[in-house]
Design a protein around this ligand. Structure first.
Ligand SMILES: *Cc1c(COP(=O)(O)O)cnc(C)c1O
Length: 472
């Protein structure tokens, strides 16, 4: 299988090359030339597979330049009971009335990003070894992404990680999660500034071509194809868990920000998984809700993005969106180029004439949720079932309940555990004990490893130079 760019100006590439990439050289996103097609017979074959076996079957269709046994080994080392806390890896539970919860957040950092990141960590290490290369990952985080990346890359050979976070802006739990790591290849840097300042520093270093080449800079942000691939697997797994024959269809409702999670659902549907609807749930930052209800995409700058109680969805420019638009526009790379050049310069676009196609041919629907909605949903679910769902998952459940059709089975993605958002949980339901997985029990009391730097790219560069051998 070869990979091409949504902008059409990049030579076709193999999986292992795409795996280490961020944006394509032409500014687009990489994706397969075609999505493989899964027929009913294949679905039957896959129906009773373990998570690991299913992951191998699906990934082997895409990672065609990795030897089968090696891919199997990577998958088996990634999806362990030890890392994900249970045999099913992504257990499904029913809340009632056809609403199910897909437990994606039982990995090391208690958020769904672990499913993809843990795979990426092992896949990176493997591909780097094959190529005889090393990589310096630099990233900016306001919480979830950084910790998922650090827990995925800790101790990996030929990988150094420099993670920038805004000093004093993360929760105590998030700080403890990241800063308590003791691995030599993990470098936490707290910047005297905001999240956007951290992101600007990362951008400045990435744009310095000499520095980037000399220190082999890379990223693991949400546009990475390997992350999308790993996420396709759980849509199949959840479908099998909630149906008994391929005649049945289910819908998915996904708390969304960068459109990475639900993009994987969209690809699973394109591959032939019997998915009725893909429901995008947003919080107050509702750019995607607007698009899927009318066809107008109007991304907003950071200063027009609200800070909410589902912070991982506080995103007003969905970085994976271009992968869907490419298909929606019938692979018209010139049009994609034009639209997203516009987005880069701060413009939106209108595709109202395609609204029906978006909803019917591609199955998309959307809704939004507010702080009050999420508190009410957490409370209602808790009172009715005793189940605790986190604020992001609550956004999804709110929208799923609102949009559910008669008899429709909706699987809601649980994108984080409540333990990460204790304050909002308390606001919703009062002093209820929020369970914490054993490995996070006392993390706030562990020693923390972080260096503090002023808001200046050159200081971060110095730190990299101190720890990484330049490439000759
Ligand atoms: C990252 C994240 C999301 C948003 O996922 P996207 O792939 O960016 O749409 C939702 N909830 C949580 C808890 C997250 O960490």
């Amino acid at each position: 299988m070869k990979y091409i760019s949504t902008r059409g100006q990049t030579e076709p590439m193999a999986f292992s090359d795409v795996l280490l990439m961020g944006l394509a050289p032409d500014g687009g996103l990489m994706l397969p030339e075609q999505y493989p097609q899964i027929d009913a017979a294949k679905l039957n074959e896959w129906r009773n597979l373990s998570y690991q076996a299913l992951a191998y079957e699906i990934m082997s269709l895409f990672a065609t330049d990795i030897a089968s046994d090696d891919l199997k080994d990577i998958v088996n080392r990634t999806y362990t009971v030890e890392a994900f806390g249970n045999e099913d890896i992504v257990p499904v539970r029913e809340l009632g009335n056809g609403i199910h919860i897909l437990g994606l957040s039982n990995g090391p950092t208690l958020a769904f990003k672990d499913i993809a990141m843990q795979f990426l960590g092992n896949a990176f290490e493997y591909v780097l070894k094959q190529k005889g290369e090393r990589i310096t990952i630099i990233g900016a985080t306001s919480g979830d992404t950084g910790s998922a990346a650090e827990y995925a890359l800790r101790g990996k050979e030929n990988v150094e990680v420099f993670m920038l976070s805004p000093q004093g802006k993360m929760s105590e739990f998030q700080r403890a999660q990241m800063y308590s790591l003791t691995d030599k290849n993990i470098h936490n840097i707290a910047i005297d500034g905001m999240f956007d300042d951290c992101q600007d520093i990362v951008k400045a270093l990435q744009e310095d071509a000499d520095f980037k080449a000399k220190y082999s800079l890379g990223t693991v942000n949400s546009i990475n194809w390997g992350r999308i691939l790993a996420q396709i697997v759980y849509y199949f797994k959840a479908y099998f868990a909630t149906t008994s024959t391929n005649e049945q269809k289910v819908s998915f409702c996904v708390p969304s920000g960068n459109f990475g999670n639900i993009c994987a659902g969209h690809i699973a549907r394109e591959m032939g998984l019997p998915v009725e609807r893909l429901i995008v749930a947003t919080n107050e930052n509702d750019v995607l809700n607007e698009f899927f209800n009318g066809g107008s995409y109007q991304p907003r700058p950071a200063d027009k993005t609200y800070v909410t109680s589902s912070p991982s969805m506080d995103i007003s420019k969905a970085s994976n969106f271009e992968r869907f638009i490419y298909l929606l526009l019938g692979k018209d790379t010139q049009k994609v180029n034009e639209l997203f050049q516009g987005v880069k310069s701060g413009k939106g676009f209108e595709l109202a004439e395609l609204s029906q196609t978006i909803n019917e041919r591609f199955g998309f629907a959307a809704g939004k949720s507010t702080h009050a909605n999420r508190l009410a949903t957490i409370k209602a679910v808790y009172e009715a079932t005793g189940d605790l769902i986190d604020p992001h998952t609550a956004d999804g459940v709110k929208v799923a309940k609102e949009l559910q059709k008669n008899g429709e089975i909706i699987v809601c993605a649980e994108t984080a555990l409540p333990a990460k958002f204790a304050e909002t949980m308390q606001e919703a339901i009062g002093e209820v004990a929020i369970p914490r997985p054993a490995h996070t029990q006392d993390i706030e009391s562990l020693p923390q490893h972080v260096i503090k730097l002023d808001n200046q790219a050159s200081l971060v560069a110095d730190e990299i130079v101190k720890h990484v051998e330049p490439i000759a």
